[in-house]
Design a protein around this ligand. Structure first.
Ligand SMILES: [Zn+2]
Length: 56
């Protein structure tokens, strides 16, 4: 998987929120985090989205 922003290498990492744990892709180059669940469902209004798409 490559980063949608910089085409850098992305690695699967485990993240934990207040009450849930999930795996997402993190870019080693720019730090962008992409969650597969959000990609599939395109839940743009998800409470997780703003934090997940934030870059640095
Ligand atoms: Zn990147």
């Amino acid at each position: 998987m490559t980063c949608p922003k910089c085409s850098g290498l992305m690695v699967s990492e485990r993240f934990s929120d207040f009450f849930l744990m999930f795996y997402a892709w993190k870019c080693l180059n720019c730090g962008t985090v992409v969650d597969n669940t959000i990609i599939k469902n395109k839940r743009k209004n998800s409470f997780l989205t703003p934090k997940l798409v934030a870059v640095k």
